[in-house]
Design a protein around this ligand. Structure first.
Ligand code: PA5
Length: 445
C-alpha cells in the first residue's frame, strides 16, 4: 500500500534544479504544518486524526451503522461541501457508482441538502415513499442554509410518518457544543456524533462526517483509518527525494509558477468521478484566495476524451494533468474472440479491459505531453479501503503543504461568505435591509 509518483512525463516541464530549489521550501511548509506555526493552525487536527481518533466515538459509529443497516431501507445524508463530498466519493469508489441499484446488502443512500433545488428535494421525498427511512444530518456550523432547509423538510416527513419514534431514526453529526443543530439534537434526543473543533469541513472525511455513511454502505472504516494511519507514518518522511506527497506538492507549485494555472485530476476509473469532486473542493477552497491558487478541474477518461480531450490536447496551454492510475481495477472482463469479426475488434481478443484501458491511458499521456500538457502520475495499487484512506491523507497533506508554499491559509474559506450575504439580503433575512436595497436596485427590481 502506497502511492507512487511517476515523474517521467514531466521532462521538459519541470527541471531537477527547480525541484532542488523547492526542497527547502517544502520542508519549511511542512514544518509550519507539523509544528502548528502556519496560518489556520487551529485546524490542524486532521494531521494526526488517523492515529488519535476517539475510539469510543468510533465504536458508536459502528453501532449506529449496524442499527441503520438493520432497520432502514433508505438513509438520507444531509450536508454540503465537506459535509457530504467525502462520504459520497468513498461510496462510489469503494462500492460502486451504482451502489443504490446494486447495493443488496445495505440501505440505499441518497444525498440531500447539497443544493437549493425544490425538484431535487421532491425526488428525495419520493424515494422515501413506502421505505423505512433514517436521516444523517451533517453540519459543522449547524447553520448552513442548504442542509438546514432540507433537514426541515425531511424532518417534517419523518415526524409525520414516525411521530415520536422519528427521534430514533435521526443521527446528527455536528460541533461538540455549538450551533443550532446541536441545540436541536439535545432537545429532541437525537444521537449525535462530533466533528472535532480542530478539523475543518473539507478535511473531515475521516471523522463521523464520512465514516458513518461509509459504514452504513458496508465499507470497512477500520481499514480506511488503517490506510490513513499508514500514510500518516510514511509521509512524515522528511527526505524530499523519497516523499511522494512532498514532491507532488512541489511539482504543482513549480507548474503554477510556470503559468500552468489549471490542474486537471484525471482517472480512467469512472468510480473515481466523485472523488474528483472531493478533490476540487479540497484544493479549490483551500488554495483559491488572495488572488492566488491553482484552479482544480477533473475529468473521467476515456469518457471525457470525447469532450474535453480536444481542449486538453490543443487548447490554451495553461493546464497540467494529475493522473490517478489504479493498477488493479475493482473488477475486470476479458474480450472474447468473435469468429465473424464484423466489428474488426479481434485484435483485442484475449485482452483484459484493464490492459486496453491502460494502453488508452499511456497513449493519452504521451499525446497530451507532446501537446504541451505536463502529466504527473500517481499510481495507486488497488481500489480498496486501505488505499482510499491512504489517498485521502496524501491529498490532504499535499494540500496543506501546497497552501503554505503559496502563502495562503489553506484552512479558511472567507470567499464563501460573499454569495451568502447577497442571498440572505435578497431573501429578506432580517439584518440585511441596506444590502437588500442596493442589490435590488442593481437587479432593476
Ligand atoms: O470545507 C468547509 O469548511 C466547507 O466546505 C463546509 O464543509 C461546508 O460549507 C458545509 O459547512 P457546514 O458543515 O458547517 O454545514
Amino acid at each position: 500500500m502506497a502511492i507512487t509518483l511517476r515523474e517521467q512525463y514531466l521532462e521538459g516541464f519541470v527541471s531537477s534544479h527547480e525541484m532542488d530549489c523547492m526542497a527547502p521550501q517544502v520542508a519549511a511548509a511542512a514544518a509550519q504544518l507539523r509544528q502548528h506555526t502556519g496560518a489556520g493552525s487551529d485546524f490542524h487536527g486532521w494531521l494526526t486524526l488517523p492515529r488519535d481518533y476517539d475510539k469510543e466515538e468510533l465504536a458508536r459509529i459502528h453501532a449506529a451503522a449496524e442499527k441503520i443497516r438493520s432497520d432502514t431501507d433508505v438513509l438520507v445524508v444531509i450536508g454540503i461541501g465537506g459535509s457530504y463530498l467525502g462520504a459520497r466519493s468513498a461510496i462510489e469508489l469503494l462500492r460502486s457508482p451504482y451502489y443504490n441499484a446494486l447495493g443488496k446488502d445495505g440501505p440505499a443512500i441518497y444525498f440531500a441538502g447539497c443544493n437549493l433545488s425544490g425538484s431535487y428535494l421532491d425526488e428525495i421525498l419520493a424515494l422515501c415513499e413506502g421505505k423505512r427511512v433514517s436521516l444523517n444530518v451533517i453540519s459543522k456550523s449547524g447553520t448552513t442554509t442548504e442542509p438546514a432547509l432540507a433537514f426541515r423538510v425531511l424532518r417534517g416527513m419523518m415526524e409525520q410518518r414516525y411521530g415520536k419514534e422519528a427521534a430514533g431514526r435521526i443521527y446528527c453529526t455536528t460541533d461538540r457544543a455549538r450551533g443550532t443543530l446541536k441545540s436541536l439534537a439535545d432537545r429532541e434526543g437525537w444521537q449525535t456524533f462530533v466533528i472535532p473543533d480542530d478539523v475543518g469541513g473539507r478535511y473531515s472525511v475521516l471523522t463521523a462526517v464520512g465514516l458513518l455513511p461509509m459504514a452504513v454502505a458496508g465499507i470497512d472504516i477500520d481499514a480506511v483509518l488503517a490506510g490513513a494511519q499508514k500514510a500518516m507514518q510514511e509521509l512524515a518522511n522528511e527526505d524530499f527525494s523519497a516523499n511522494a506527497c512532498y514532491r507532488y506538492a512541489a511539482i504543482r507549485n513549480i507548474l503554477l509558477r510556470r503559468g500552468k494555472a489549471i490542474e486537471i485530476y484525471a482517472s480512467y476509473e469512472p468510480r473515481f468521478t466523485q472523488m474528483g469532486e472531493w478533490l476540487k473542493q479540497l484544493y479549490g477552497e483551500s488554495e483559491g484566495k488572495d488572488g492566488k491558487g491553482l484552479f482544480p478541474a477533473s475529468v473521467a477518461f476515456t469518457t471525457d476524451l470525447h469532450s474535453m480531450g480536444q481542449f486538453i490536447q490543443d487548447g490554451s496551454r495553461n493546464l497540467f494533468e494529475t493522473v490517478i492510475d489504479f493498477i488493479t481495477p475493482a473488477a475486470d472482463l476479458t474480450v472474447e474472440e468473435d469468429p465473424e469479426n464484423l466489428d474488426g475488434l479481434n485484435f483485442l481478443s484475449g485482452m483484459a479491459m484493464r490492459q486496453i484501458n491502460r494502453r488508452a491511458m499511456q497513449g493519452t499521456i504521451l499525446a497530451h505531453t507532446r501537446g504541451g500538457v505536463p502529466n504527473l502520475v500517481l499510481e495507486v495499487p488497488a481500489i480498496n479501503e486501505e488505499e482510499y484512506g491512504y489517498m485521502v491523507y496524501f491529498f490532504m497533506l499535499a494540500c496543506g503543504i501546497s497552501g503554505y508554499l503559496l502563502g495562503v491559509n489553506p484552512f479558511d474559506q472567507p470567499g464563501v461568505e460573499a454569495y451568502k450575504k447577497n442571498m440572505f439580503a435578497l431573501l429578506g433575512k432580517p439584518g440585511y435591509e441596506d444590502l437588500r436595497q442596493e442589490l435590488l436596485a442593481k437587479l432593476g427590481e
